[in-house]
Design a protein around this ligand. Sequence first.
Ligand SMILES: [Fe+2]
Length: 350
Amino acid sequence: MKKRNKIILVACIAVATVALICFLAVYFVFLHRYHGKEIEAPWQAEDPFSLSNIATLEKQPGQPFVILNLADVQLCDLEDLFHMGETRQKIAGLIEKTHPDLITLTGDQTWSNENLISLLSLVSWLDSFQIPYAPVFGNHDFGNDKNSAVLDCAACCDVYEKGKFSLFKRGPSNLGSLGNYVVNVTEEGKIVKTLYFLDSGYEDCITDAQIAWVQWNANGIRAANGGTYAEAACFFHLPLPEYAEAYRQYRTGEGNVSAVGEVYVTYSLAGSSQNGFFAAAKSVGVSDMVCGHQHGNLFTLQYDGVRLTFALKTGKLGGYYAGEDVTLDGATCLILDGGKTTVFPVFSDP
Ligand SMILES: [Fe+2]
């Protein structure tokens, strides 16, 4: 073979190899669909309760226990690949500012269908802080349409469960959604706070089965806690109808609603359509609820014995609804100290 032909052949092989590698990369990162482990683990109200199945974090006596909540981080492999660094920098700044004992994430950590790189890198990056973290799913975590993303719901569960400092644990398989779990905060062996992490689904509602499962946990914890319900907080993505009602009463002066800090509502308060969870949760010791979903809304309203917090959106990715200017960016802090919990937003540096 002539030297010229050899060069052409090598060049063709090189181009074909690069093209194949590019095709495989695009295929496996953006086009392939990864399905996680399907685990049949149904729950029934008659099941025996065991406190040992619940993760526990220890609060140091006399020291505050700081929870830093990140909301709607909204990473996307395609659109945000070159902006993730800015969001990470902001989160690192918030962590530096608050020194959390626990980081919670109230859903939509990723959005759109391209969630493979986003989620894998988020989990390994969060692990690097060596701080426990507890995510819930929003309506975009596994795609803009239900389970349309590269990683489906079960695959996202697999990724979160592998996180070294992740407390995520998929819940029973018959609750209507998978991302349901509980964490207890203890101080000198006593439960001082129970944290319920609930999966509000893809534009669905917290189901009757989830409500019954929360009550079952609360009753089990009460039995282990000297017969009284532990003070509890719930973290979920979609706001309950009570958020809209609390805001309406706050605006009109009806009822007995009071605001803790500033109130920003820049978009509709529509969210979950379900009813019944609020009353059920309140009856088993829940005194704080934290949701995300509607970027640009931020408030903590004391309503009917429960503090309803619209968590501050974290970072500017994913945009704001209704063309609102991005003016609210940061996280929400919950501090347990001296038997009390305080809630306030922490704004990112511009
Ligand atoms: Fe959302």
